[in-house]
Design a binder for this molecule. Structure first.
Ligand code: ZN
Ligand code: ZN
Ligand code: ZN
Length: 369
């Protein structure tokens, strides 16, 4: 599993991409890029851990000596990458600079701490620093079959969580209480970590990134539940369903049906060669036509993989055509103010069109008050 997901030859493709971008080295500190290249899920600490990828020479991984056993035991240990431990009184930035010679341009991980990027600048004052993301996104955006399978497992796990949610929603329970139960379910259903739990009830449902509060659910409430976590594989889940506690407001039922059809149309638009902005438009047009356009004020979706939000973004202006292996959310929402709704599935582009990785019921789920 791990070998398929984090194949040893990946580092060769990263070296080629680094050379093609004209960079003298990539510097990858702990985070999704380092994990993508090596499988090493290193923790980000003040001591420097950094994979150095010079295109013309062998890559090496600089690690604090006390973390050497962890690095050796990680998938990175099996890749044949040289591990370079440093001791507490060493300067690991000078160590990297010394091995690289005089680089003119280096790519630093998008998620590198500023503190580290500044130390690298001091150690290599002539090296211009660019975002490594411009190199890494081209690779990470095009998922392998093993990565798609990992996302499929994540999708099935979060679907099982949503299947439990109706039993957790009851008038009188607070958003916080429901969220605690959902967090437990996210782990119980196979995730390694809980990344976010949004339980947005009543007027809170009109705020797309509301998290949770001590508001108690009431009869007649609409509840937007948007949840996700990271699987042991490293790959993320993200799925939204909208629920009603007893009979929802009459105007709500009307726009929920508009939203459901818009989300359907957007998923149906997904195919190789189609642009992300066209997938966005497929969701937006029916919502505009029904007169709810001003209440759909966020992009339709985001890529997903080792991060919950990554390329490609499903947004107007993104004209880079979809390719098989690209995975992203399709999550239109309508938020008029007194309440709101969102429906979100992860969709992977395949040769034959879009494949949804979330399949739990999308119709409005009404639970007993
Ligand atoms: Zn979001
Ligand atoms: Zn979400
Ligand atoms: Zn999302």
């Amino acid at each position: 599993m791990t070998k398929d997901l984090y194949p040893a030859e990946r580092i060769t493709r990263v070296r080629e991409a680094t050379a093609a971008a004209g960079l003298d080295a990539l510097l990858l500190t702990p985070g999704p890029d380092l994990r993508y290249v090596t499988g090493y899920d290193a923790i980000q600490l003040e001591r420097l851990t950094c994979l150095v990828v010079p295109p013309g020479e062998e890559p090496f991984l600089v690690v604090p000596r006390l973390e050497l056993p962890a690095a050796q035991a990680s998938p990175a240990g099996a890749l044949g990458v040289e591990l370079v431990p440093w001791d507490e009184t060493d300067d690991p930035y000078a160590l990297v600079a010394g091995r690289l010679g005089r680089p003119a341009q280096v790519g630093v991980a998008d998620r590198m701490w500023a503190m580290m990027s500044l130390r690298f600048r001091a150690a290599m004052p002539n090296a211009e620093q660019l975002a490594a993301g411009t190199v890494m996104r081209e690779l990470r955006m095009r998922k392998s079959a093993a990565e798609v399978e990992a996302l499929r497992e994540a999708g099935a796990a979060i679907d099982r969580v949503h299947a439990i949610v109706p039993g957790l929603l009851r008038a009188g329970r607070t958003e916080n209480e429901v969220a605690r139960d959902i967090s437990e379910a996210i782990v119980a259903e196979g995730h390694h970590t809980v990344d976010f739990v949004i339980v947005a009830s009543g007027p809170n449902a009109a705020s797309p990134h509301h998290e949770v509060s001590d508001r108690a659910l009431r009869a007649g409430d609409v509840v937007v539940v948007d949840v996700g976590g990271t699987m042991p594989s490293g790959y993320c889940s993200d799925c939204t369903r909208t629920y009603a506690i007893g009979e929802p407001p009459a105007d709500f039922a009307v726009y929920y049906e508009v939203l459901r059809q818009a989300q359907e149309a957007s998923c149906a638009r997904v195919a190789p060669g189609v642009t992300p902005e066209s997938v966005d438009a497929a969701a937006r047009e029916p919502i505009n036509e029904a007169g709810y356009g001003e209440w759909f004020f966020h992009r339709t979706g985001h890529g997903i993989g080792l991060e919950t939000h990554e390329h490609p973004y499903i947004v107007s202006g993104n004209t880079e055509p979809l390719e098989p292996g690209m995975a992203f959310s399709v999550e239109p929402g309508i938020y008029p103010g007194a309440h709101g709704a969102r429906i979100e599935d992860i969709v992977v582009c395949t040769a034959g069109g879009g494949e949804r990785l979330n399949n739990v019921d999308r119709s409005l789920i009404v639970v007993d008050a």
